[in-house]
Design a protein around this ligand. Structure first.
Ligand code: HAM
Length: 425
């Protein structure tokens, strides 16, 4: 077949999907234990949701958005490239920000970015993210960072480090931007073409550039810490103090500026040495002004998102992929039509009660091939009903793990299996 999945987008099934589900379940449980409740937003949004917020000059808006039109081209929509702007759109639409009380949300949703695919970088990827609104305190910053640290640790991950920076606010950032532009201008020819083109509009993005010649220039660039206003300085010092009290290990990194425009004050990234080139396991920060880009009064907000694909790669690298529970399925081997007729209603009844039963609607398969199928499935029990068993109104029940087998009355089959097999949730 020549039709394949879209490049950079993957099908998930079988053991891989079971592993994903196990990891997602753990991560959700951690978020819920911290008091975050789930939110889901549509995959399609109006283009303005991201254009006005993530920033016109960012990679996402410049070149990574999947634009979608309906047949009549009456709407210009975009497949969500990230969750935060959609989240704030939803908060405002439902008036959640009017409660006056801090509110905590998490999401687990696919995102879409037209990027060059490589290990850890897909065009459809999945993020688990949290967003905490209406809490301006540095304690909120410390909470979400501690939550992210705990999330990774609870999965067993250890080869990661938290990098934290203060990126200022609307009051103090202009002075820093000016200092940075003044520093970069005489060194412009040493910057990569992209940084040359955007250094006046987004000089802080140069700090983030991975290009070697840009890195060499940035090495001695002024850092924002000397330009922070008093309020930002106090906020940052308190965030760090709280993190130290919580015994979190982190690195203060003036190069963490994030690739999205909406951040202020705290910005952070968690990098993993198990990931290769795409080393960011997750990142986030405070974005108190994002709501004003939707024409609302600004309200405080902070959050982060992690790439679930990257978490799974890191878990694999560190030998931490979750052990999957052995399947507790039951395989029914019906040898002949009469056996099949008897087993169909029993199998449906057991399934209704949460016992996973596999029955092939074929009467003439040999016992050998049935046992092969049961093995392949990894079934915990196989039930055989053939001529001999029928004559005795019994079935053969074989425990596939221990190879023990016993004859039991056909009339007791249902109750016996209900007692022996762990039911599906
Ligand atoms: P972001 O840094 O763009 O932030 O993405 C967060 C995480 O998503 C990254 O650290 C990475 O693990 C994963 N990720 C990003 N792009 C890809 C990709 N193409 N393939 C695989 N994984 C990827 C945000 O999206 C912000 N909305 C985070 C946030 C939430 N800030 C505040 N609240």
């Amino acid at each position: 077949m020549s039709i394949k999945a879209v490049r950079g987008m993957h099908d998930l099934y079988g053991e891989e999907l079971r592993r994903w589900s196990a990891v997602e379940k753990k991560m959700r449980a951690v978020c819920e234990a911290f008091g975050y409740s789930e939110i889901r937003t549509p995959a399609l949004e109006q283009v303005e949701v991201f254009k006005q917020t993530v920033g016109d000059d960012t990679d996402i808006v410049q070149k990574q958005m999947y634009l979608v039109a309906n047949q009549e081209a009456t709407e210009k929509l975009v497949l969500r490239p990230e969750g935060t702007a959609s989240f704030i759109r939803a908060v405002i639409e439902h008036g959640l920000h009017q409660s006056g009380q801090p509110q905590r949300f998490y999401y687990n949703m696919p995102m879409f970015r037209y990027e060059r695919p490589q290990k850890g970088r897909q065009r459809q990827f999945h993020q688990l993210g949290v967003e905490l609104i209406l809490d301006p305190t540095p304690e909120a910053d410390a909470e979400v960072i501690a939550l992210l640290d705990h999330l990774f640790r609870s999965l067993g991950l250890r080869n990661f480090e938290a990098r934290i920076n203060a990126i200022g606010c609307a009051d103090c950032r202009p002075a820093y931007k000016k200092a940075l532009v003044d520093y970069l201008r005489p060194r412009l020819s040493q910057l990569c073409p992209l940084c040359q083109s955007r250094f006046e509009r987004s000089p802080m993005r140069v700090l983030d550039c991975k290009n070697e010649s840009c890195q060499a220039v940035i090495k001695d660039a002024p850092t924002i810490s000397s330009s922070l206003c008093d309020a930002c300085k106090t906020h940052h010092a308190q965030v760090l103090k709280r993190l130290k009290e919580l015994k979190l290990t982190f690195i203060e990194d003036p190069k963490i500026v994030r690739g999205l425009d909406y951040y202020n004050r705290t910005a952070f990234e968690f990098l993993s040495s198990s990931l290769g080139a795409q080393s960011a396991l997750g990142g986030g920060g405070r974005y108190d002004g994002l709501s004003s880009r939707f024409g609302e009064k600004p309200f405080p907000a902070i959050g982060w998102a992690v790439g679930i694909e990257r978490v799974l790669i890191a878990l694999e690298q560190e030998g931490l992929l979750p052990k999957l529970d052995p399947v507790n399925d039951v395989y029914f081997a019906a040898l002949g039509q009469q056996a099949l007729d008897l087993l169909i209603p029993i199998s449906i009844s057991l399934k209704k009660q949460g016992v996973p039963v596999h029955l092939l609607y074929e009467a003439d398969k040999s016992l050998k091939s049935h046992l092969k199928s049961a093995d392949k499935l990894g079934a915990q029990f196989t039930v055989v009903l053939g001529e001999n068993e029928l004559a005795q109104k019994k079935v053969l029940l074989k425990n596939m793990r221990t190879s023990e087998q016993e004859m039991i009355d056909l009339s007791n089959l249902e109750s016996t299996l209900k007692g022996k097999v762990k039911r599906a949730d």
